[in-house]
Design a protein around this ligand. Sequence first.
Ligand code: FEO
Length: 168
Amino acid sequence: METIVRKQMIIHPDVMDLLNNQIALEMKASASYLAMASWCDQRELLNSKAFFYKQAEEEREHAMKIFEFVNDNGGSAISPSVNNINNDFDSLRGIYEASLDQEINVTQSIFNIFKTARKVDDFVTEIFLQWFITEQAEEEDKFRSLIDVFDLMEGMPLKMIDERLPKE
Ligand code: FEO
């Protein structure tokens, strides 16, 4: 006899697809931060190295939060393949700028899921995403402030700039 495995699906199917895309985006962000950490590690930029290793961990946690949410609400979370990660960077400043771009992209994607959830009356997802909206505002603000450090210290040696940047 066929076993009934799924509990009732609470989240809307369209929203579930977007959430699965978001899992992939967060895992890609994690892998990108890992590449950035490696670049910094090889150059002994110790604060930036620690910072990006931590960012990589945090993005994985974000992916897992969504992954578990999808399964906990009767959906099917999909483990993503992550590819096309850039490991080649020109400068430390370029890494922080690319990070801000990545965060803006993640924010826009979260907004899109939120709007879709609202449109299809998926209240559970709408409430779930509120944490991510606050988190993204903080992340964008953090990277903008870090890029300001480069403007303030223009012309200073790279290691000196790195020492002014946070480890987390
Ligand atoms: Fe989870 Fe910073 O995006």
